[in-house]
Ligand binder design. Structure first.
Ligand code: SAM
Length: 250
């Protein structure tokens, strides 16, 4: 997969060199290209923003640097044979970024991120590129950040861990919170590891029983309990028939 990020703070993307994403890059599973938007400004002050039409506080990112930057990135990616691009525009007014969307994005060959600052990017930029490729305007939560770079890091990490071969154990995201399948819409329950006693606290007996059916049942019940407590909105979307079926299999 190829990722391009156009930003006025390239250094903000340094974490893409470490941990899971960094390793995926080193192994060649992910190609990451970070571009400084100001390279596509042609005035003495490298201006990327201007006052909003209609008045009001704050500044708006200008069409021309974004258009020139995205055109260059697109030409480069097409020349490199990167496949069909999709544009990701982080914005609090976008659709919620979910695990389901992360799965969809992980199946695409090439993602281009356009994180904004100030009051966002002139709308005409999104409208223009939406005629050429899928555009995903995504929000990482119901709060307002100062810029979209942190959202790029969030989306990239969620997507990269789904790429084939990136996680050491391919099974390890199967039972994650929000994973699709029989446990769809459930949060993951608690997890434990050695030692068996710590500060007087033990491990639930069932986890030491070696009985796979009972362990699966316990995990499912804990997932249900945690989801009920923390995310009642998700419980409403669960399919009880899927649980009944799983019970019969245990
Ligand atoms: N005036 C905008 C609004 O209220 O929708 C907020 C602009 S915010 C200060 C600047 C940039 O940060 C946004 O354009 C976007 O790129 C990013 N951003 C802020 N909050 C975000 C969120 N919850 N999800 C994704 N991106 C966000």
């Amino acid at each position: 997969m190829r990722l391009d990020v156009v930003t006025i703070f390239p250094e903000y993307l340094e974490p893409l060199n470490v941990s899971l994403v960094g390793k995926a890059r080193a192994r060649g599973q992910l190609g990451v290209h970070v571009h400084d938007l100001r390279a596509w400004t042609y005035d003495r002050h490298n201006t990327v923003d201007d006052t909003p039409y209609g008045g009001g506080p704050g500044m708006v990112m200008k069409t021309e640097p974004w258009g020139d930057a995205l055109d260059t990135v697109l030409a480069d990616g097409y020349e490199a044979g990167s496949g069909e691009p999709a544009l990701i525009v982080p914005t609090p007014s976008g659709r919620p970024f979910t695990q389901e969307l992360a799965v969809q994005l992980s199946e695409r060959p090439w993602l281009i991120f356009a994180p904004a600052r100030y009051e966002g990017i002139d709308r005409r930029v999104v409208d223009e590129y939406a005629t050429r490729m899928p555009v995903y305007e995504v929000s990482i939560g119901d709060y307002v950040l100062a810029g979209g770079e942190a959202a790029v890091l969030v989306v990239t990490e969620a997507v990269a861990r789904l790429l084939p071969g990136v996680l050491g154990n391919a099974e390890s995201h199967r039972d994650d919170s929000f994973a699709l399948g029989a446990m769809a819409n459930l949060l993951e329950g608690p997890v434990h590891t050695k030692p068996p006693r710590w500060r007087g606290r033990g491990i639930p007996d069932v986890l030491l029983s070696g009985h796979h059916g009972k362990i699966a049942r316990w995990r499912r019940d804990e997932a249900l309990r945690r989801t009920t407590e923390n995310r009642p909105d998700l419980i409403e979307r669960c399919d009880p028939a899927a649980f009944d079926k799983k019970d019969r299999e245990m």
